[in-house]
Design a protein around this ligand. Structure first.
Ligand code: SF4
Ligand code: SF4
Length: 316
């Protein structure tokens, strides 16, 4: 028997579907059509039950080859679902940044994001959210949504912790409030430590603006652990001096936690260079030396092994 805990723990809102995970492994993720309004939990639970059966049948269209599948000793039973994490990506294509490793901002025929509060409220009313369920705002860029703050206020009033992934191009007073009240965290993808690298990687001359927002979020937070600074390492930003400049910024703003990831396009095409692996090894090593918590974000075992080998070779 094979199973994945995300099937019963996680719910991801996509543009026109509900899923148990984001597609980070580039495989066939189970998808349940959804275009806004209330979530029919009875129907979604039946769907997950059917997905669990298809996984046992090794249907190549359902989770096949996913490293998150684990063996189970007992037979699969899908309980009444109660989610621990809800990820909001229904606005994937709404963004004011132009990252070179991302296609989401590029023009195309994308449906307008539906209002998210009716869906979240319906999950709450059906008892489908665990008491300590965390809500992760992904995207796209959530601060551009007209219902970002009203939805955030409803979540806050109902005691749900919120994590906001943002490019920080637009500063949000509401995020300041989330941070200062201890009801949320923010993750800022900088991918650089200076204006020139920023413009090259993020597609615009917005470094000063982003740094100003970042400083405000650190000032608002109760603890710097509420603000993660993220670095996606790849060919355009993998020089050691660029990483050092990023860590200078971390020290300038008083960061306590950094996050490292890779360019998913390079990952799925098996194109992560040795230079980027060495840069990532240096990143982890440097973060440790500076006393920063360093989290690897969606870094699979084969890349971790390459990083560990590079770290042993470079730093003993
Ligand atoms: S097995 Fe993989 S693809 Fe399937 S739900 Fe889990 S994480 Fe997603
Ligand atoms: S901020 Fe995120 S969604 Fe926007 S362009 Fe960059 S990677 Fe894509």
């Amino acid at each position: 028997m094979l199973f994945c805990t995300k099937l019963v723990r996680d719910l991801v809102f996509e543009e026109r579907a509900l899923q148990p995970c984001c597609n980070t492994h580039n495989i066939a993720v189970p998808s349940f059509p959804f275009a806004g309004g209330e979530v029919d939990m009875a129907a979604y639970t039946r769907h997950i039950g059917a997905v669990a059966q298809e996984i046992q049948r090794q249907n190549p269209q359902v989770c096949a080859g996913c490293p998150d599948l684990v063996p189970l000793s007992q037979s699969v039973h899908v309980p009444e679902l109660q989610f621990s994490v809800i990820s909001l990506n229904h606005h994937r294509h709404v963004c004011n940044c132009r990252c070179v490793y991302c296609d989401l901002w590029k023009p195309g025929h994308h449906p307008r994001p539906f209002a998210i509060l009716p869906a979240l409220r319906s999950l709450h009313d059906q008892g489908a959210l665990k008491k300590n369920c965390a809500i992760s705002w992904g995207g796209g860029e959530s601060t551009l949504l007209p219902d970002f703050e009203t939805t955030g206020r409803w979540l806050r009033a109902h005691g749900y912790f919120q994590q906001v992934h943002t490019n920080a191009l637009r500063h949000s007073d509401w995020i300041d409030h989330l941070l200062s009240s201890g009801a949320g965290r923010v993750n800022i993808s900088l991918d650089s430590g200076n204006a020139a690298t920023y413009a090259r990687v993020k597609g615009g001359d917005w470094w000063d603006k982003v740094l100003a927002s970042t400083e405000k979020y650190f000032a608002a937070a109760i603890t710097p652990r509420q603000v993660d600074l993220k670095y996606i390492v790849f060919e355009a930003n993998n020089k050691i001096e660029e990483l050092d400049q990023f860590f200078q910024v971390c020290q300038h703003v008083g960061a306590a936690k950094v996050q490292l990831s890779f360019n998913f396009i390079e990952v799925v095409n098996d194109k992560v260079s040795e230079h980027s692996i060495a840069a990532a090894a240096y990143f982890v090593h440097r973060a440790e030396k500076l006393g920063l918590v360093c989290e690897l974000f969606f870094v699979d075992a084969p890349i971790r092994e390459r990083m560990d080998a590079a770290r042993r070779k470079l730093f003993g």
